[in-house]
Design a protein around this ligand. Structure first.
Ligand SMILES: Nc1ncnc2c1ncn2[C@@H]1O[C@H](COP(=O)(O)OP(=O)(O)OP(=O)(O)O)[C@@H](O)[C@H]1O
Ligand SMILES: [Mg+2]
Length: 256
């Protein structure tokens, strides 16, 4: 099967720093792929290249066999690529429902509406309800986002990143800063997504990685050091050295 997304020899340099060096990998349709690696390994940089926020210094990115290396963020979203951020990108002073409406706004099936119309548009209201209900968030529709527990904010954010009906969802540390219980909920949410959505996620939380991923890639100093199934990664000596070695800053094989 052709990969849904593929990078070929992607490198990113920030001045003298090689944040990514010759990164080549592919993700199959329906696959759940986890990207792990210590702080500063280049994981978020790779995501920025995939979403179009950052142009690589060298190399190419393909989505459904199309070269998208120079495509805009908007064009990629339109093609079916969505991301949620390491840092929350919600509108904190707005309600859950308004956030859902904003997320639905401008997605591939919908036209732009001025805000006052957005609030009255029946189709948009129904879409917001459907989106929130699908993730058990409808009861919280009138709650102000900033008043929600952090775990719920993360959950809402992932739910809203599905507003554009993406084929590929990129999640940057979806369980960062969450309690064990909240993190388990995120694991369940991702597992429930169904095989129509391909998931590439960055995670430090190995419970999340081992609970969700079909395959794991270890990035270290901007290079792919190894990849394999969860069992292979769990047993890999290099992974153990990097994650448990005292010389390297970074998370343990348990929680951060
Ligand atoms: N815009 C930038 N300008 C200069 N250096 C950058 C920039 N963005 C990232 N870097 C550097 O590139 C390297 C990779 O950073 P990146 O954020 O991709 O790491 P990460 O794997 O996501 O780390 P973390 O686990 O802490 O989120 C780091 O050394 C970082 O300081
Ligand atoms: Mg990062």
């Amino acid at each position: 099967m052709a990969p849904l997304l593929e990078t070929r020899d992607v490198s990113v340099h920030f001045g003298g720093l090689a944040a990514l060096s010759d990164v080549s990998f592919g993700i199959e349709p329906g696959e759940r792929l986890a990207l792990i690696g210590p702080n500063g390994a280049g994981k978020t940089t790779l995501f920025n290249v995939l979403t179009g926020q950052l142009r690589p210094s060298a190399g190419e990115v393909f989505f459904r066999d199309r070269d998208i290396t120079h495509a805009s963020v908007f064009a990629r979203t339109h093609m079916g690529l969505a991301r949620s951020f390491q840092i929350t990108s919600l509108f904190p002073q707005q309600t859950v429902k308004v956030n859902a409406l904003i997320a639905l706004q401008g997605t591939k099936r919908r036209r732009y509406h001025p805000f006052r119309y957005l609030m009255k548009d029946k189709e948009m209201q129904a879409a917001a309800q459907e989106l929130l209900e699908a993730h058990g968030l409808w009861d919280l529709r009138e709650a102000t986002v900033s008043a929600l527990a952090y775990g719920l904010q993360r959950k809402l954010e992932i739910a809203l990143s599905l507003a554009s009906d993406p084929e590929l969802l990129l999640l940057d540390e979806p369980s960062c800063g969450l309690t064990t219980t909240e993190s388990a909920e995120i694991t369940t949410l991702i597992k429930r997504l169904g095989s129509k959505i391909t998931v590439l996620m960055i995670a430090h939380d190995m419970d999340l990685v081992f609970g969700v991923a079909d395959r794991v890639i270890l990035l270290h100093y901007g290079k792919i050091m190894c990849e394999g199934t969860c069992e292979e990664i769990r047993a890999n000596q290099l992974v153990r050295d990097i994650y448990m070695g005292s010389r390297h800053a970074g998370p343990g094989l348990g929680k951060r």
